[in-house]
Design a protein around this ligand. Structure first.
Ligand code: AMP
Ligand code: MG
Length: 436
């Protein structure tokens, strides 16, 4: 048997960030910056008005009051857009709009509300501070400044900033393209009528969703029966088009374990019994340079294995630290049992979370329901997986234990892109993923 840690270490030693390339901003969204971005421009790029009002010399409106306003002729009207305005003659004002360039000579903007809003001349009713309501060139970003550092996740604010400094195609690690391939002659696609002995293929949907949460673009391949030729055709058909393959099922010790049968000896693939529950039978290796994860078939085993092994690998592929699920400490509300010699991952609900929604010192963990590896309801109800070490068979009520938080993964992102389904029987190239 292999330990959970050794299996993960072997995986992380083999996976690398996706090759950096420049991507349009909408593609870059959710990706990780592959290099520092420095400004080639100033932001703002010119001195401009922060308010609608009048550009003036402060000295020209000194002494203005509500009772005795200072009236200046309006020399110009300056909207945003049409270029550099004429210099402001001394003793005059220019009507100016927010964002419009400040005319040379002006040192202050008087907000519209302090004036009578006049068009020919303007009465100013209060004394502005010199320099008021002016946004100076370079106040936000100076040319050459570091705008965003390599390793930054590109969210909406980062997209806005990149656009503002005129970077149309930042260098990113593209989202990994992942093929999710479920095997089993008994499987039918969700929504189809079931005949005797058939079950719905839930793994490929759950795993595809988990991969998407992890920032991957997903190609789901379904309907792969337990026949070596059929599996080999699907697997090798997709291999060259993706950055990783995740299979479920067909890796235990029974007959018809097609994944094991076809991939034994392929690349660096190794099938191991990992000392954990759920999720003992695991496989991983590079085939033609592509990381291949062969997860067990039981639905909870498959998803928990994904969380433990594939999520951190995807983080690394995206250029992030491979932290996996956030680790916290909780208190057991009731005793938990775990098999000797295996690391137990117990699905629990959490009671008494802190105001920030995170576990607090008095947060209590309770089993979320049946812990069988086929029992998905408890995984769906769970907020965390309590981790019971290999040498512990019973953790008493009240003990402080480690737990992995579900559904709150650093760098996780939901987006509509990159979800493509294909049936194994379909002919022609799978839709939805860009070609390499
Ligand atoms: P296997 O490892 O292929 O023998 O599968 C173990 C168990 O998981 C069996 O009960 C399978 O029917 C079930 N199973 C395998 N693949 C899936 C899947 N894609 N969706 C739901 N259940 C599955
Ligand atoms: Mg099977």
């Amino acid at each position: 048997m292999t330990t959970v840690d050794d299996h993960l270490e072997r995986i992380l030693a083999a996976v690398t960030p996706t090759r950096a390339r420049r991507a349009a901003l909408h593609e870059a969204h959710g990706c990780v910056l592959a290099a520092d971005v420095r400004a080639t421009v100033a932001l703002p790029s010119f001195d401009n008005a922060a308010m609608d009002g009048y550009a003036v010399r402060a000295a020209d409106v000194a002494g203005a009051t509500e009772q005795e306003p200072v009236t200046l002729p309006v020399a110009a009207d300056i909207p945003a857009g049409p270029g550099t305005p004429a210099p402001l003659p001394a003793g005059t004002a220019a009507r100016i709009m927010t964002g419009a360039p400040l005319p040379r000579g002006a040192d202050t903007v008087v907000q519209l509300e302090w004036t009578d809003g006049g068009g020919e001349s303007v009465a100013v009713r209060d004394v502005p501070r010199r320099g008021q309501h002016i946004r100076r060139a370079g106040e936000d970003v100076t040319p050459g400044a570091l705008v965003l550092a390599a390793g930054t996740i590109i969210g909406s604010a980062q997209i806005g900033l990149l656009a503002a400094v005129n970077v149309a195609r930042p260098p990113v690690h593209p989202r990994p393209r992942i093929a999710v391939l479920s095997t089993g002659t008994e499987l039918v696609e969700v929504g189809s009528p079931l005949r005797d002995g058939q079950i719905v293929d839930s793994n490929s949907h759950g795993i595809a969703a988990a991969a998407r949460e992890s920032g991957a673009q997903v190609q789901r391949l379904t309907g792969v029966p337990d026949e070596p030729d059929a599996f080999a055709k699907s697997f090798y058909g997709i291999l060259s088009q993706v950055d990783a393959v995740v299979t479920t099922g067909g890796v235990s010790v029974g007959a018809y374990d097609v994944v094991k049968e076809v991939l034994t000896g392929a690349g660096s693939i190794r099938f191991d019994q990992v000392a954990m529950r759920p999720g003992r039978p695991q496989g991983f290796g590079l085939v033609e340079g592509v990381p291949v994860f062969t997860l067990p078939g039981n639905p909870v085993s498959a998803l928990v294995s994904f969380d433990l092994f594939v999520r951190p690998a995807l983080q690394r592929m995206r250029g992030l630290p491979a932290t996996g699920l956030p680790r916290v400490e909780v208190t057991l509300a009731e005793p938990l049992r775990s098999p000797a010699g295996k690391r137990g991952f117990v699905r629990v609900t959490l009671d008494g979370l802190g105001a920030d929604g995170r576990p607090a010192p008095d947060t209590l963990a309770r089993p979320a329901g049946g812990q069988g590896s086929h029992q998905l309801t408890s995984l769906a109800a769970a907020q965390a997986l309590v981790v019971i070490p290999e040498d512990v068979t019973e953790a008493p009520a009240g003990s402080r234990v480690a737990a992995l938080l579900l559904g709150d993964v650093p760098g996780s992102i939901l987006s509509g892109v990159g979800w493509a389904d294909a049936h194994a029987d379909a002919t022609g190239p799978p839709a939805g993923l860009p070609t390499r």
